[in-house]
Design a protein around this ligand. Structure first.
Ligand code: AMP
Ligand code: MG
Length: 404
């Protein structure tokens, strides 16, 4: 049996970033840059005021009050009409360009103004309340590197630099196929021995959260021909395929055979972890296929550990891992058995950092353990972490205050 790290390494060595497309910057949000963002301009292009006040020459000011002539008025959006000479000042507003000759701003609350004269009460430092030209970026600066994630700040920067479009990696289209005679899909009446199809929906949602695009292949019964037909479609029409269930060793576990029949080469199929273990990974050409276990928690956790990083790599992202943090167990966290545990925990911040607590029953069919989870505690085999001891947690969601 492989370790999680060995399995992940085997997967990542077989997936590559997808091609590149040019999109409008708003459509680039949440995607990965495929070109460096190089500044085409110096921002701000000229020194400007960060306050409403008076532009002055700092050398005109003194420890004693000095009176200066007010010889102009500069509003944001207009250029100063002339150079500032000794003994002069200009009324200036936030964001307006400094006149030639001026090197400091005196905020309006620090002066006494009367008619076209203004009294400065003390010495002013050169550069006070001045935003120098290029304090943000300079022409030629590489501001974001390829492989970087485009969030709201990057969209704003692109607009600032005059990019209306940008080159990003294509989003993977990921086909999702659930298998099992017992599954009743959403909107159909379950038969007497049927259960609702959970995994199609949780997996499609995980695909979207990973920045990719799901394609729903529905539910196939446990029949080799039916599974093979849909697997073939997935392996030829999508960028990746994810199947759920039918990968253990039961006689109705037909997914691996269907994958092989569809021309996929299988590279591994058992990983030492709990929940999970029976996971299959294969490729057909450059297209990866993941055969995930059927229990809803196992499907989600194996997606997290193996499919998500692979999709992030296909999206061109440099950072493909979730953040991890070291928390303090708030109660004993035990992982009996010989496989590494990924236990669902809530995280709560207090004066000593983050505290982790189990979400309750950890059965691999108990989806509520995922609903409550902020993260996965990574616990070595045959290990009991006592309350107060440190525990490593993979963070699954933003740790905002929650009402649950
Ligand atoms: P299997 O891997 O086919 O043995 O399935 C393992 C368990 O997961 C069984 O209890 C199945 O009923 C359940 N299961 C399989 N597929 C799904 C699904 N799409 N939604 C919810 N439960 C499922
Ligand atoms: Mg089954």
């Amino acid at each position: 049996m492989l370790t999680v790290e060995e399995a992940l390494e085997g997967i990542l060595s077989r997936v590559e970033p997808l091609g590149i497309e040019r999109v409008e910057i708003m459509a680039a949000l949440g995607r990965v840059l495929a070109e460096p963002i190089v500044s085409r301009a110096t921002i701000p292009p000229w020194a400007n005021s960060s306050m409403d006040g008076y532009a002055v020459r700092s050398s005109d000011t003194d420890a004693k009050p000095v009176e200066l002539a007010v010889v102009g008025r500069i509003i944001a959006g207009a250029m100063p009409s002339r150079t500032l000479a000794a003994g002069e000042s200009m009324r200036i507003f936030t964001g307006a360009p400094l006149p030639e000759g001026a090197d400091a701003i005196v905020p309006q609350e620090d002066v006494t103004a009367e008619g076209d004269r203004v009294t400065i009460r003390g010495r002013v430092a050169s550069g006070a309340y001045v935003r120098p030209a290029g304090e943000d970026v300079r022409t030629g600066d590489v501001v974001v590197r390829p492989g970087g994630f485009i969030g709201a700040a990057e969209v704003g920067l692109l607009a600032t630099l005059g990019y209306s479009q940008v080159r990003v990696h294509r989003r993977p289209r990921v086909a999702i196929l659930s298998t099992g005679n017992e599954l009743a899909d959403l909107g159909t009446q379950p038969g007497p021995a049927q259960i609702p199809n959970t995994n199609t929906y949780s997996l499609m949602a995980q695909v979207i959260e990973a920045g990719a695009e799901p394609v729903n292949l529905g539910v196939a019964p446990d029949e080799l021909d039916a599974i093979t037909e849909r697997v073939r479609w997935g392996l030829t029409s999508a960028d990746a395929l994810v199947t759920s269930a039918g990968v253990s060793v039961g006689e109705l576990d037909l997914v691996r055979e269907a994958l092989e029949r569809s021309g996929a080469a299988l590279h591994l199929w058992q990983v030492s972890m709990r929940p999970g273990k029976p996971i299959t990974f294969g490729t057909r050409g450059t297209r990866p296929v993941f055969g995930l276990p059927g229990n809803p928690v196992s499907a989600m956790v194996t997606f997290e550990l193996f499919v998500r990083p692979a999709l992030r790599r296909m999206e061109g992202a440099h950072v493909i891992d979730r953040p991890r943090l070291r928390a303090r167990a708030l109660e004993p966290i035990a992982n009996p058995g010989s496989r590494r545990g990924y236990l669902r925990v809530t995280l709560r911040e207090d004066a000593q950092g983050y505290g982790a607590r189990l979400t309750g029953d950890q059965g691999s069919a108990i989806l509520r353990s995922m609903v409550l989870a902020d993260g996965l505690a990574v616990v070595a085999p045959d290990t009991k972490i006592a309350a107060g001891e440190p525990v490593d947690v993979i963070v699954l969601r933003s740790l905002e205050p929650r009402t649950r």
